[in-house]
Design a protein around this ligand. Structure first.
Ligand code: F6R
Length: 607
């Protein structure tokens, strides 16, 4: 959460910082701020709310200077307010921070004992005040920043800027990502390469515990032990960082529409043309030597894992445990050396998922991750990282990353089935054909957008919505409910349809829309019985099914959404499209901020 940037440039820093922050706004948008050094003096501008408020402020009250740092905030400690907005300044030092300083109370107490007052409720102000304290004790800016960093516990990416030091940024990374961008007589710092893409294509990723002393012409990186560390300069691919809406009204709409293409790319990368066998970059991975699979993730990625559990169990007869990372990491579950630990994350930076991965290091046989950002911490700390090829996802609500995660997980389950001999050649060919046909089906699902929009119009008037599904459609019901609540702010719950009568059916009345995800599969009749139970209590059913399903069960439903026929194994990937479009059009009808819903951020780098 939170995005940070820094620039030691040749031109005015403020517009460069604001542009870079725009590309980081997906990380939080509770407030934004910048600080620059001009004529040797630090100056700051900060505004509550989205970046546009800071841009407006800068029009009326410009901030000159060619060196600066900037921040877009997702509030952790202290409400969104100007005084809690970054950069935090204490005398001659300004600091921007992404993460949480866990021992800030202890540090605050120590500073208070030295007669130091606080102006904000944030953990970050402690960092600025501590650095000022060390500066006053006679340390140089770099020494003071380093000594402060040594005192911090928790997760952080930090950038420090100093009065009188027009050519210096000190940067540090622990737990939260940070990249250095190399220009020609200019240098940049950013939470990710996307922020820096218009400025340079030469990037150095800091590693855990690294701290960097950055000037316009040099970067000196030291590891946590204080030793000089040589970190590679990588060329980033600019097309990987394209962030325009491509003619759509929202990034989310664009990302939903991209799914046939990106899912095809994901499938092509693991299922070579002319073969029915899944090929992974690491031929070492042999599921026949494994007893168990443990999958860990958060949010939408967790629902992808929940779906994959059905695939691994049914297709590869493999015992699977699926866990939410924030629970897994503190439960201390036993992991044997015949367990494959699998982590799924779009960003590859989710703090809880990363911590869960680290818990499995040295215990599991192998650590595998399914990620969208190949340079991310989770990818780099895995024995094998499997990219999902979704491309940059900007909309805070995950869409194309979900379907690409599902596609890669299904292929992994097929590889497991082949290794363990649980599917014969014909069955493997059948699944491979279903996967290859999926992009066409996704296009057909997208063609239903107008019908979905009409159903969404009705949903937008509801206070609560239930999503029901059985078997492979159950995790999708959970995902459909999550999508709806996060962008439309309508309360929604997903349930296994068979579970309805064990409690939630008490909620059903004529005001309750119930979205039923039910392709005409082996459990269709059972789901339809549950749907009848809803309609008997006047619940308003939106049935999402194929021609056969709709023909069989449409009587009495509120509306229908027609999907093409699909092989059972790929159905959850296909039915993701109506779930996403329902949420999207409901949010549009309600006029909420689709791409940047309140209280959320794209990359959750704090616990
Ligand atoms: C919901 C959503 C979140 C993320 C979750 C994990 O639309 O996007 O629930 O799925 O925060 O994020 P990653 O996949 O980056 O680990």
């Amino acid at each position: 959460m939170c995005g940070i940037v820094g620039v030691l440039g040749k031109h005015e820093a403020a517009p460069i910082l604001v542009e870079a922050l725009k590309r980081l706004e997906y990380r939080g948008y509770d407030s934004a701020g910048i600080a620059t050094v001009n004529g040797g003096k630090l100056g700051r501008r900060r505004a509550v709310g989205k970046l546009v408020n800071l841009s407006d402020l800068l029009v009326h009250d410009p901030l000159p200077g060619k060196s600066g740092i900037g921040h877009t905030r997702w509030a952790t400690h202290g409400a969104p307010s100007v005084s809690n907005a970054h950069p935090h300044q204490a005398g001659p030092v300004a600091v921007v921070h992404n993460g949480i300083v866990e021992n800030y109370r202890e540090l605050r107490a120590e500073l208070a004992e030295n007669g130091i007052d606080f102006q904000t409720e944030t953990d970050t102000e402690t960092v600025a005040l501590m650095t000022e304290f060390y500066l006053k004790s006679g340390l140089s800016p770099v020494e003071a920043a380093f000594k402060t960093i040594d005192r911090l516990q928790g997760a952080f990416a930090l950038a420090f800027l100093f009065d009188g030091r027009d050519d210096l940024i000190v940067a540090a990374r622990k737990g939260s990502p940070l990249a250095i961008g190399h220009g020609d007589g200019e240098m940049f710092v950013g939470s990710d390469a996307i922020a820096l893409a218009p400025l340079t294509d030469r990037i150095t990723y800091l590693e855990e515990g690294d701290r960097a002393v950055v000037t316009r012409t040099s970067v000196e990186i030291r590891n946590e032990a204080g030793e000089i560390a040589n970190r590679e300069i990588r060329k980033i691919q600019l097309d990987q960082t394209r962030t325009d809406k491509g003619g759509h009204k929202h990034f989310m709409a664009k990302e939903i529409a991209e799914q046939p293409v990106v899912v095809a790319e994901a499938i092509r990368s693991y299922l070579p043309t002319g073969s029915d066998r899944v090929v992974l970059p690491d031929t070492d991975l042999d599921f026949s030597k494994l007893d168990r699979l443990t999958m860990v993730a958060c949010g939408t990625a967790f629902y992808a894992c929940l779906t994959a559990k059905y695939w691994f169990e049914q297709l590869a007869r493999m015992p699977v445990e699926v866990d939410i990372a924030s629970e897994f990491r503190y439960r201390e579950p036993p992991i044997t050396d015949r367990t494959l630990a699998l982590f799924v994350s779009q960003s590859g930076e989710t703090a809880d998922t990363l911590a869960a991965l680290r818990y499995c290091e040295g215990k599991a046989d192998k650590i595998v991750s399914v990620v969208n950002v190949p340079e991310s911490s989770i990818a780099r700390e895995s024995d094998l990282a499997l990219p999902i090829h979704a491309g940059v996802e900007i909309g805070v609500a995950s869409t194309k990353a979900f379907t690409c995660q599902l596609s890669v997980l299904l292929m992994l389950a097929l590889k497991a089935a082949a290794d363990r001999g649980t599917l014969d050649d014909d069955a493997l060919a059948d699944h491979a054909a279903a996967l290859r046909g999926l992009p066409t089906l996704l296009n057909a699902a997208l063609d239903q957008e107008e019908a979905i929009r009409k159903s969404a119009q009705r949903l937008s008037e509801a206070r609560d919505v239930l999503f029901l599904g059985r078997g492979l459609m159950y995790p999708l019901a959970l995902e459909g409910a999550l999508k709806l609540k996060e962008i439309s702010y309508i309360h929604a719950e997903g349930y296994a349809s068979g579970e309805l009568k064990h409690g939630p059916i008490a909620l059903i009345d004529k005001h309750m829309p119930v979205v039923v995800m039910a392709p005409r599969d082996a459990v269709f009749d059972k789901t339809v019985s549950n749907m009848q139970e809803v309609m008997a209590r006047k619940g308003k059913v939106i049935l999402v099914s194929d021609d056969d399903g709709i023909a069989d069960a449409k009587d009495g439903v509120w509306s229908t959404i027609r999907m093409p026929h699909a092989h059972a194994s790929v159905a959850p990937i296909l039915y993701s499209v109506p779930a996403q479009l329902l949420a999207y059009h409901t949010a549009v009808a309600k006029g909420t901020d689709v791409d940047q819903p309140r209280n959320l951020a794209k990359s959750v780098t704090v616990e």
